[in-house]
Design a protein around this ligand. Structure first.
Ligand code: PLP
Length: 268
């Protein structure tokens, strides 16, 4: 199966485009001064949803975010190369090298939280660039910061962020450190509006400021804001929001997710 044979339901495409239009307008009205990147978080949603958005001719939609290596891998193999993929989910060390090596249009890995994982991504990207000369850019990476201090959250502690950033800059020539990412505490997220300050976003901004102050010639984007709190995140200086459910609707359980819709007369 390839994107040419993928069926797109016109009703569904219309709905998705409406949701995208609404989100895009909200984002630009919140900070007309600065373009904020919108990552469309498509995890557990079918590839046909991604294609429908990517192919629309009204609003450019190239940045898509996924959380699971296997799922991303499958989607990337059947969807157009013009998609810019972001890996935003929890990273397993043993998946880092294959992730970076096998997906030429992987644009950014947003969830780096250890030097070991950075080193594996470095190995993978280096191998990819050696065998595929059409891949010319370094792989962007963001360091995920655990701004809420919750044990359940991945990410480095704010105080350890500088060391990891320094490691990536010094030891990983095929990676480009592009920013810091946080998810933040759910309760704070739920209390966030365009008018309130969210402590996780303050923490990420302050951490970035400190790192930039210590490292010469580094600029760091802030990746913060999801469906429930992106308005506040943009007000607090976010450069990139990651929005899933307000575009694609509620997600199914992982075990029920379907990447490829059945197409008549065609095998999986
Ligand atoms: C799932 C996910 C999102 C999107 O969440 P929504 O609330 O559906 O917008 C954003 N960031 C990360 C890291 C995620 O895992």
């Amino acid at each position: 199966m390839s994107s040419e044979t993928m069926k797109i339901n016109p009703q569904r495409a219309k709905q998705l485009l409406e949701n995208l239009t609404y989100a895009t307008q909200r984002i630009s009205s919140l900070n007309p001064e600065k373009p904020v990147r919108l990552i469309l978080v498509s995890k557990l949603k079918p590839a046909s949803d991604i294609l429908a958005l990517h192919q629309n001719t009204t609003i450019p939609a190239t940045h898509f975010g996924e959380n699971y290596f296997q799922e991303l891998s499958e989607k990337a193999s059947i969807l157009p190369r013009s998609i810019q993929w972001h890996f935003i989910g929890g990273l397993q060390s043993n998946k880092c090298k294959p992730l970076a090596e096998s997906i030429p249009n992987l644009w950014c890995v947003s969830s780096v939280d250890s030097a070991k994982k950075a080193d594996q991504l470095e190995k993978g990207r280096r191998a990819l660039m050696e065998k595929d000369k059409s891949v010319k850019e370094k792989l962007r990476v963001m360091v995920q910061v655990n701004t809420s201090g919750e044990e359940s959250k991945s990410g480095v502690e704010p105080k350890d962020t500088l060391d990891l950033c320094q490691h990536i800059k010094d030891e990983c020539p095929h990676l480009r450190l592009s920013g810091l990412m946080t998810i933040g505490a759910i309760a704070r997220s739920q209390a966030t509006t365009a008018e309130t300050e969210n402590d996780d976003f303050i923490c990420l901004r302050e951490t970035a400021k400190r790192v930039v102050g210590e490292m010469a010639g580094v600029e760091l984007e802030l990746s913060m804001g999801m469906s429930g709190d992106f308005e506040g995140a943009i007000k607090q200086g976010s450069d990139e929001v990651r929005i899933g459910s307000s575009i694609f609707g509620e997600r199914p359980a992982k075990k029920d997710a379907i990447v490829k819709d059945e197409v008549k007369g065609q095998k999986g």
